[in-house]
Design a protein around this ligand. Sequence first.
Ligand code: GRG
Length: 299
Amino acid sequence: MSRRQPSLAETLGEIRTRVDSRLDELVPRESEKPELLHQAIRYSLTAPGKRVRPALTILAATVFRGSIDLALDPACAVELVHTASLILDDLPSMDDATLRRGRKANHLVFGEDLSILAAFALLNRAFSVVSESAHLSLRTRSDLAAILSRAIGSEGVVAGQTVDLRSTAQTIDFETLEYIHSRKTGALFIASAEMGAAVAGLSGKKLEPIHAYAKNLGLAFQILDDLLDLEGTAEQTGKTVQQDVKKTTFVSFSGASGARSLASELVTVAVDALRPYGRRADPLRELARSLLRDGVVQH
Ligand code: GRG
């Protein structure tokens, strides 16, 4: 008798449980010295994030016949980086936000000094997790570290954040808006997906379709995030809303319904980009459609 294929929701539930429990193992206990630093790290890392990026890594690995076991540590590395970026993003010198993942922003609890140090520690841990993934070949580990470090560096996430901060309260054109978000949000989506595919042995040209998928999905995700910032409540989103009123966003550019249409078009482009992989990439297609359908609210 053939076994029923698990639904996407069931798969995402399993991924989330595995990621949460592995993250718990990967960072020092709160009782380890310096206690306050480890409390600050765990405070943000164990808060209820959606774990979209690690899900992308694991789904990308499994559709190419990699296993969850192989992809788990790289997926956690992506989440460690993402959490570091959220802590930094909320600082008074950046977005000055007060609520994140349903909790007071890290710096409001631990102080800016410890928040910055916690973010640095999370970033470093991400790279040690990748380099210590004993079940992956040395070649794969080095490919993963290269993908991740390039994505977050001065031409990736940090570039997007820089241009975003310096564009606040200024008029920017659509090209600049796309520049910001394809890096600030898109670059880590691309790295998450490519790392999963790399775990399963894909490299070079074979990564191009998944790169295009993740790039378009990342932009769609950002647009949905912009819509939620405007239309959602702090309770729904778990974070400070109306943060973007001084910024040009996809919503201020195209209006709410134009932004929604753009997100939908981008998801279509993302899904179509996977054509060369055939039906086996269906879970990635489903993930894209589910993000569009259910939005990016906390679950
Ligand atoms: C340390 C990588 C690094 C960067 C420093 C601060 C900074 C430069 C960049 C900020 C990048 C950033 C926070 C972009 C926003 C991306 C975004 C849409 C975040 C919300 O993601 P969700 O909805 O959040 O997946 P959860 O909490 O569910 O994980």
